[in-house]
Design a protein around this ligand. Sequence first.
Ligand code: FE2
Length: 365
Amino acid sequence: MAFGLWFTLFELLLKLFLILAFVKKGSAGITSTFTRTKWQSFDIPLDHKVLAIPNGYNAPQQVHITQGDYDGKAVMISWVTADKPGSSRVQYGTSENKYDFKADGTVANYTFYNYKSGYIHHCLVDGLEYEIKYYYKIGEGHSSREFWFQTPPKIDPDSPFTFGIIGDLGQTYNSLSTLEHYMQSGGQTVLFLGDLSYADRYQYNDVGIRWDSWGRFIERSAAYQPWIWSAGNHEIEYMPDVGEVLPFKSFLHRFSTPHLASRSKNPLWYAIRRASAHIIVLSSYSPHVKYTPQWLWLRDELKRVDRKKTPWLIIIMHVPIYNSNQAHFMEGESMRAVFERWFVRHRVDFIFAGHVHAYERSLNV
Ligand SMILES: [Fe+2]
């Protein structure tokens, strides 16, 4: 009898130990010593030097580049001129100050409430060679400006590449810290997870003005290496009170994506291949249930993934489909319900998402 009691007690303790061990090791854990400051982060004032307008009449500003085709042999170069349309030409070449080639782009502007944007240029530079440093020049006369970028290695399973992941950037002092840390990291291309400028926190003309300041803010990186864009909730900018009801209006005018190269009819979802990775960009705030354009496109794009050429399959989107935080809990559920089975069946390596402003990762699914 006494032995039986002791055995039961031992069994109970053993079970308790196992439960505690599981709780300690098997549950979600803390993966970083970083704790965010409790202080609110404020937007950098417009007269701060990191948002400065470049010198010179009609000088190109807000210069940024993105991949311009499916396989990394083209670059889309975008910039804004404030005073007049000016030239949409890009001069480029493989040595500094020697521009043997040229390409001509397009220019357009848009209004948002009473704000009238500058002249937004997009110029596709294609037919490039892999793994070459190209120098490029935009603008006219004394106001012209020069930058450079490096093309990626060829599409091949052995092509190494370093992607950076940034989401929810904004234009606060914390944003500046993030950007500076990224630029020291050796990242070669940014996969941007949506929520760019947070200009929609402003009203009236300040929305457009804060898009312009954000364009100048990211130029220090985005003029020299591609940023691959996905859109978040802060890009929707549905503001019927001021008569603005066209979703993603500012984003779509300012940021080009190579959607046609991946047979997408909409710039908000598309795919690129770069080095050894196939990257699929999805739009959390565009229809994605069965039979919608995004659903149909993704179904076909997943069939085009060739793991022999691109062993890494990466998806970026704004809203995470798994999220244990209180913030934005279950917001990715509609996309999870529709796409999760495809992500598992096609053995997606990574899904990167932003939105929650907290670091969290799951075990392999
Ligand atoms: Fe968000």
